[in-house]
Design a protein. Structure first.
Length: 392
């Protein structure tokens, strides 16, 4: 029965490909992401960034119109991720898949993209292992290793001798914990406790007490948006800020749409990340201005936005190289590709197929009465430190 089902799927994919992966003159891209539910901000950022890119760069590549088809996947559901992606391949005849907000949903499509020879461009999912699972994955977002490893080194160099880590208990959280622990302990620091919190957690008081009891000098934390806001508030409400414990983390903790609700609780929080709305570059200002023109505001722009914006750029370059007809050829064509992004210079690493990019030290402060993540130092050309063989 299993063999029969697998054969039927294979035949369906074969028919889809033999009939042409896109209509003449139209190249289709399927975007799987959370357009409803608790992670809907990410899906909205994906869609708006795609529209911004096309408004700036046009909707055609070498005479072919690029069309995006959206499928809603609001939660962790690998089976549904496979089903939606298969529908896009077989029924909608897409030449590219893109999006994938959460790691388990991204990992689920590896067999499909290999069988159909279709690239999948990851706009967000940040676990290092993803691009190892298929040569047709390309990622234009970041990984937790990429931003956390340099942060751990920074914390050690600040003279912080003891840290407690607190992460959400799923792929990216485990990566974040491992990255911080590996680098911080190598630099001579001591991890006094490691806390893993269920993805469904919304009451952080017990964890705050555990952090306080650890007597650590500092806290490193990673949680996915949007529960970051609740965690940061709990840090303040449970008196940890008053104890003098330093608070570090990746930029997920202080993404710009959440800062108004955090208020002064977020002031002074130091994060390491690859993007900030406050990035002063001319290209970022153009990016934000087009957002305001199209949607009336750029206040909700996040790192999800730049992951999608640059993901579309990678797709356009793959179309130029292969016309939407040969997925592996398309991916191979952009290995080593460099361009200027709203976040800064980026390059598709030819081995990892993940972006090498700047990582910025940022501090949350008020400017003209508005909270922002101010970049104060830049670490250039940061790879995915979690990919096998990258960290020596």
């Amino acid at each position: 029965m299993f063999y029969l089902r697998k054969t039927v799927i294979g035949l369906a994919l074969g028919v889809a490909l033999s009939s042409g992966s896109s209509l003449a003159g139209v190249i289709k891209v399927g975007v799987v992401g959370p357009f409803s539910g608790q992670f809907a901000q990410g899906g909205e950022n994906f869609k708006q960034a795609i529209e911004v890119y096309q408004a700036i760069h046009g909707k055609t590549v070498k005479g072919d119109t690029v069309e995006f088809i959206y499928k809603d996947l609001p939660q962790v559901n690998p089976a549904q991720s496979r089903a939606l992606s298969q529908e896009l391949i077989v029924k909608d005849k897409v030449s590219f898949l893109a999006g994938y907000f959460l790691t388990p949903n991204a990992l689920a499509v590896a067999p499909l993209i290999d069988e159909a020879n279709i690239p999948a461009v990851i706009f967000n999912a940040a676990t290092s292992i993803i691009t190892e699972k298929s040569p047709r994955y390309v990622r234009t977002s970041f990984t937790l290793w990429q931003v956390t490893a340099p942060l751990a080194d920074y914390v050690a160099k600040q003279g912080v001798k003891s840290v407690v880590t607190a992460v959400t208990d799923y792929g990216p959280g485990i990566d974040a914990e491992a990255a911080f622990k590996t680098v911080y302990e190598k630099a001579g620091g001591k991890i006094v406790d490691t806390i893993r919190m269920p993805l469904s957690t919304n009451d952080f008081a017990p964890f705050m007490q555990r952090i306080k009891d650890s007597k650590a000098e500092a806290l490193y934390a990673f949680l996915p948006v949007p529960i970051t806001t609740t965690f940061v508030k709990a840090f303040q409400d449970n008196g940890l800020k008053e104890t003098g414990i330093k608070f570090y983390g990746p930029g997920d903790l202080t993404q710009e749409p959440d800062l108004p609700s955090m208020g002064d609780t977020a002031l002074g929080l130091l994060t390491a990340f690859h993007y900030s709305q406050a990035n002063p570059s001319a290209l970022n200002q153009q990016f934000l201005a087009k957002h305001r023109e199209l949607f009336g505001s750029s206040d909700k722009v996040t790192f999800f936005s730049v992951g999608a914006y640059d993901g579309v750029h990678a797709i356009y370059k793959m179309i130029e190289a292969a016309g939407g007809k040969d997925g592996l050829k398309a991916v191979n064509a952009i290995k080593g590709l460099s361009w200027e992004s709203p976040r800064g210079p980026v390059t598709i690493d030819p081995v990892t197929r993940h972006v090498t990019q700047n990582v910025y030290w940022r501090v949350t402060e008020k400017k003209d009465g508005k909270l922002q993540n101010t970049q104060f130092e830049t670490l250039t050309n940061q790879p995915d430190w979690g990919y096998p063989g990258v960290m020596k």
